[in-house]
Design a protein around this ligand. Structure first.
Ligand SMILES: NC(=O)C1=CN([C@@H]2O[C@H](COP(=O)(O)OP(=O)(O)OC[C@H]3O[C@@H](n4cnc5c(N)ncnc54)[C@H](OP(=O)(O)O)[C@@H]3O)[C@@H](O)[C@H]2O)C=CC1
Ligand SMILES: C[C@H]1O[C@H](OP(=O)(O)OP(=O)(O)OC[C@H]2O[C@@H](n3cnc4c(=O)[nH]c(N)nc43)[C@H](O)[C@@H]2O)[C@@H](O)[C@@H](O)C1=O
Length: 323
């Protein structure tokens, strides 16, 4: 079967280490982990551009870049990303910037004629707010989305559909990975706009240093989240580039979930803060639960390795070294 089929292919990416690979968004959480992984495997021809060097929302610049560089592989990890507050506060940015980046990159990558395979990164927020758990890939577009991130989710769903459409119409090998909530080195530690795990590392650390008596955590603490270390995700991305070539997007999760209260207790302990937690219930909880079923990817042969405990310890260490 060719690229329009729903099947796996024998590896070819991993035996093509001199090929040109464009990692879009290489300074972000995911992009930097993918670059580390590729470099550790001996890939020697990575094409990288900062946001300043190449604004991916500008169509003509993106087309010129692809026509000039002519990469063979593309990993699309550039996006407008943020936590629940950022998603809820800047809906226009989240839908517009993401639609522009992914449309420009996918279209120019196909159009330049050199790209053999592209991987698009979506997110578990594409699924309905009350999807049956654990969430399988076919839950997509079966019910309404979570309102705090529906604008971002709609853009990500369009990205999945665009990869599928190019596969169906042009027989072009575009695949999509849907990671769960990620964390690790090079995360965004902004006090309001980041995701919960880096936000709490920073807040507990600052509270410890200032001898504060309490730390405020958002919401009720009851939502469940599944966390995956970004190095595991980078491993899955490379695995999919090598082994997966199907129409369906694939979930990438750890299979383990914790409540936000449990997460806050873990972070508190790892950081060494000894005060109290205070819950700000005026802040949204978001989706009550979003545990993904990643058995499709497991069936192709990939499993995660890093526990939340080890990942938290390592990420706090990284934070201290890069304050
Ligand atoms: N973080 C998470 O928990 C999860 C992330 N994902 C997905 O993984 C992907 C990467 O996310 P993550 O690494 O966390 O995000 P980051 O914000 O850490 O990194 C995004 C990268 O994209 C770049 N970028 C943004 N806008 C533009 C632009 N207009 N032109 C060029 N570059 C741009 C950023 O550069 P600059 O900073 O200079 O703007 C940055 O390097 C996204 O598709 C996201 O949806 C999926 C699930 C969970
Ligand atoms: C990856 C995913 O990330 C986003 O969805 P989310 O999972 O809801 O992301 P979050 O990490 O911001 O919050 C998780 C939970 O944690 C609680 N929470 C407590 N205290 C803080 C806190 O201090 N900061 C944040 N951000 N959340 C906090 C918060 O109230 C919520 O209940 C999407 O918008 C979208 O971007 C997406 O795809």
């Amino acid at each position: 079967m060719g690229p329009s089929g729903n099947e796996t292919l024998p590896g070819s990416f991993l035996s093509d280490k001199t090929a040109k690979v464009f990692v879009a968004g290489h300074r972000g959480l995911v992009g930097s982990a993918v670059v580390r992984k590729l470099q550790s495997l001996g890939f020697e021809n990575l094409v990288l551009r900062t946001h300043k060097e190449l604004d991916l929302t500008r169509q003509s610049g993106v087309e010129s870049f692809f026509n000039q560089e002519r990469p063979k592989y593309v990993i699309l990890s550039a996006a407008k990303v943020g936590g629940i507050h950022a998603n809820n506060t800047y809906p226009a940015d989240f839908i517009s910037i993401n639609l522009q980046i992914q449309t420009n990159v996918i279209d120019a990558a196909y159009g330049c004629g050199s790209v053999q395979k592209l991987l698009f990164l979506g997110s578990s927020c594409i699924y309905p707010k009350f999807a049956p758990q654990p969430i399988t890939e076919d839950a997509l577009l079966t019910a309404p989305l979570e309102p705090t991130n529906e604008w971002y989710a709609v853009a990500k769903i369009a990205g999945i559909k665009m990869c599928q459409a190019y596969r169906l119409q042009y027989n072009w090998d575009a695949i999509s990975a849907m990671p769960t909530n990620l964390y690790g080195p090079n995360d965004n530690f902004h006090p309001e706009n980041s995701h919960v795990l880096p936000a709490l590392i920073r807040r507990f650390h600052e509270a410890k240093v200032s001898n504060a008596k309490e730390v405020v955590v958002w919401g009720t603490g009851s939502p469940l989240r599944e966390f995956l270390h970004v190095d595991d995700l980078a491993d899955a991305v490379v695995f999919m580039m090598d082994k997966y070539s199907g129409l369906s997007h694939l979930n990438v999760g750890s299979g383990k979930e914790v409540t936000i209260k449990e997460l806050a207790e873990h972070v508190k302990e790892v950081v060494g803060f000894e005060g109290e937690l205070v819950w700000d219930k005026t802040k949204p909880d978001g989706t009550p639960r979003k545990l993904m079923d990643s058995s499709k990817l497991a069936g192709v042969g990939w499993t995660p390795k890093i526990s939340l405990r080890d990942g938290l310890v390592e990420t706090y260490k990284w934070y201290l070294e890069h304050l």
